[in-house]
Design a protein around this ligand. Structure first.
Ligand SMILES: NC(=O)c1ccc[n+]([C@@H]2O[C@H](COP(=O)([O-])OP(=O)(O)OC[C@H]3O[C@@H](n4cnc5c(N)ncnc54)[C@H](O)[C@@H]3O)[C@@H](O)[C@H]2O)c1
Ligand SMILES: CC(C)[C@H](C(=O)O)[C@@H](O)C(=O)O
Ligand SMILES: [Mg+2]
Length: 367
């Protein structure tokens, strides 16, 4: 078997701190895997004048998988858009064709008290948000600023973006979602805004058509505003959610709080061949960067997804997830998931605990 390569793009803010812990896990697993690091985001802009330098993109393309930290910092907010750190992750998603973003929101039993919802609402929560990642208003053209061509404010400065989806883009993400639901509890909720937006009436129509190929899966549709409400009213009523790029961005941050903290939500961004980029769902958290307080578990759980989906190391993925369960069960808490009276440990100490637990795990995931 040839040695697999992971491209490691730590990025900005807490990115390097949390990715360092995931790399310690990679070392401890002693797999036939190499890693190669490159700059991305603000760190790459500072060094090379561009957030996604050609060398970084080339490494991401040649590697078997990408482990990504986070990008962004307020200090880059005044840069022209194409140079801002966030363009690096958007560019990677587009260039690598990573159209399917899987964000599993699991509330581990020990963290029910860390959620901002009542424990009984989140205990046992295990839902999967599938976010389309390379279309929608994020990438639609045209976009820009101009003088308003018509309307009550004709001539005034205006800004505009374009929301759009083509049929194949909706079909392929719908297939990913139906297949995922088929492997779980066979319930799929498609989230749209079909009552107002033509793009999302089309979304709903196409998802309904694709459903004909998956008669064993129950499909329902919710408007995004209602879905946002239901996610906090009765989160366990969901199994798999599929939605567009922007609604998925918002709903997945909301779902993060059901798990106790955004520091617990991993993600996988996949192309049609199984190649993927793996990153925590949160950002670079500049407010806590450099203080050894960030929770590295979303990144470590993203590594587990990487091992499972792109490197075909399901056993190693199971071991990492079992180790995370064990450290939570034995009371290890970073500040974001520490309850009142619980002592918080730092980023690196949480990494120590996961590495130590790995030595004791067998690959059995279910607690
Ligand atoms: N994929 C990415 O790289 C990505 C994702 C989201 C935001 N961002 C960028 O990150 C920057 C900050 O954005 P933001 O503040 O809106 O969102 P954020 O997710 O970085 O932070 C939101 C809040 O959650 C906390 N938080 C986030 N991750 C945490 C962790 N692992 N442990 C403990 N607490 C954590 C932060 O301290 C902050 O209070 C912006 O530049 C934004 O564009 C990048
Ligand atoms: C940083 C930003 C471009 C990104 C997004 O909006 O997709 C982030 O919020 C995410 O959820 O990965
Ligand atoms: Mg987001």
């Amino acid at each position: 078997m040839t040695t697999k390569k992971i491209a490691v793009l730590a990025g900005d803010g807490i990115g390097p701190e949390i990715v360092a812990q995931a790399l310690r896990v990679v070392d401890a697993l002693e797999l036939d895997v190499t890693t190669e690091e490159a700059l991305v985001g603000g760190a790459a802009y500072d060094a090379y004048g561009h957030p996604l330098p050609p060398e970084t993109l080339a490494l991401a393309k040649v590697a078997d998988a990408v482990l990504f930290g986070a990008v962004g910092d307020w200090k880059y907010d005044k840069l022209e858009r194409r140079l801002r750190p966030e363009q690096a992750i958007l560019g990677l998603r587009k260039e690598l064709g990573l159209f399917a973003n899987l964000r599993p929101a699991i509330c581990y039993p020990e963290l029910t008290a860390a959620s901002s919802l009542k424990p009984e609402l989140v205990a046992g929560l295990d839902i999967l948000i599938i976010r389309e990642l390379t279309g929608d208003i994020y990438f639609g053209q045209p976009r820009g600023r101009r003088a308003a061509p018509d309307g009550a404010f004709a001539g005034a400065d205006e800004a505009f973006d374009t929301m759009r989806y083509t049929r194949p883009e909706i079909e392929r993400i719908a297939h990913v979602a139906f297949r995922a639901a088929r492997g779980r509890n066979k319930r799929l909720t498609s989230v749209d805004k079909a009552n107002v937006l033509e793009t999302f009436q089309f979304w709903k129509d196409v998802v309904t058509e694709v459903h004909a190929e998956y008669p064993d899966v129950t499909l329902d549709h919710l408007y995004v505003d209602n879905a946002a409400m239901q996610l906090v009213r009765a989160p366990k009523s969901f199994d798999v959610i599929v939605t567009g790029n922007m609604f998925g961005d918002i709903l997945s941050d909301e779902a993060a709080m059901l798990t106790g903290s955004i520091g617990m939500l991993p993600s996988a961004s996949l192309d049609s061949s199984g190649k993927g980029l793996y990153e925590p769902s949160h950002g670079s958290a500049p407010d806590i960067a450099g203080r050894d307080v960030a929770n590295p578990l979303a990144t470590i759980l993203s590594l587990a997804m990487l091992l499972r989906y792109s490197l075909d190391h399901a056993d190693a993925a199971n071991r990492v997830e079992a180790a995370v369960r064990e450290v939570l069960a034995s009371g290890h808490r970073t500040a974001d998931i520490a309850g009142s009276g619980e002592r918080a440990i730092g980023t690196r100490t949480m990494g120590d605990a996961v590495v130590a637990a790995l030595g004791r795990t067998t690959g059995i995931t279910k607690a």
